[in-house]
Design a protein around this ligand. Sequence first.
Ligand code: NAD
Length: 309
Amino acid sequence: MPRMLISGGNGFLGSFLAEQAIKEGIEVVVVDDFSTSSEINVPDEVKLVRKKIEDHDDESRYEYVAHLAARPSPEDYITNPISTLLSNSIGTKKMLDIALRSNAVFLYTSSSEVYGEAAIIPTPETYYGYVNPNGPRSCYDEGKRYSEALIMAYYRQYGLNVRIQRPFNVYGPRIRPDGQYGRVIPRFVAQALKGEPITIHGDGLQTRSFLYVDDWVRATWSMLTRDNISGHVFNIGSPDQISVAKLAQTIKELTSSNSRLEMTERREDDPTRRAADITKAKSILGWEPVVGLHQGLQETVEWLRGKIR
Ligand SMILES: NC(=O)c1ccc[n+]([C@@H]2O[C@H](COP(=O)([O-])OP(=O)(O)OC[C@H]3O[C@@H](n4cnc5c(N)ncnc54)[C@H](O)[C@@H]3O)[C@@H](O)[C@H]2O)c1
């Protein structure tokens, strides 16, 4: 039976990847320190190791190694900058060494945040980024950029079979529901359902592009299992932008909420616009998103309703 190791596999995206792998008849081992996930999200068949990936030594053999461990929420990583950097430096090296020993396919979830304040929207993979190397968000952005560089070094120096994806704001059921965690969709939904003000950082004109989790799973599975894409980087996101104020209004309507929209201080280095150029994923993976924002939000709101009190 083929085996897959997933770091951060108990999180939102990792748990969907673990489920998909089990469906495909793969034995899954997850290493997760529960730093940003609390309840168990993975099916019982998964072997769950509660540990920091930086501290994980593993002599087992795997066919697939997927490195997802990270602290991806700005509120969370800004208050935990050191562990944010370590999971995407030492943690990345640990996962690469396990993949190298196993001669496995290595998949990494980087982030659209490597682009920083992008000058080209929708942003193609060939854009190098405009990132503050030592600002409050640098622990996340530069961790992702360093990891990409390290992964490509293993590809060039050892011929490791690597694939890098840059997800753009993925959302859906099982996303961490507490507003404190800071992801925009669960935060707005929580505020709307509680009738509290929906708080928007800045003037709300900044844009984001959102990808429903089912679309992410299809893209990720294709990236893991396809031949001849070693060393490739793919944007995995939506080319459609929506302003944060419009998103807040849409969620307010979907939840039939009386909440008012409240503008708060803009966050430092918060990108102004975000949208994915997915030309490469379309042509090489034959992938594009199929779930519209409205439909995806409805599913997510229904799931969050059961979680938020
Ligand atoms: N969801 C998105 O919109 C999005 C966008 C861009 C990139 N990503 C990337 O995708 C990956 C998964 O994100 P997610 O949305 O599932 O986040 P998540 O917070 O739900 O999951 C991350 C998981 O990693 C674990 N973790 C964190 N640090 C760890 C460490 N040092 N050792 C072991 N486990 C650790 C957490 O406990 C959590 O279960 C991350 O690498 C993230 O940076 C996500």
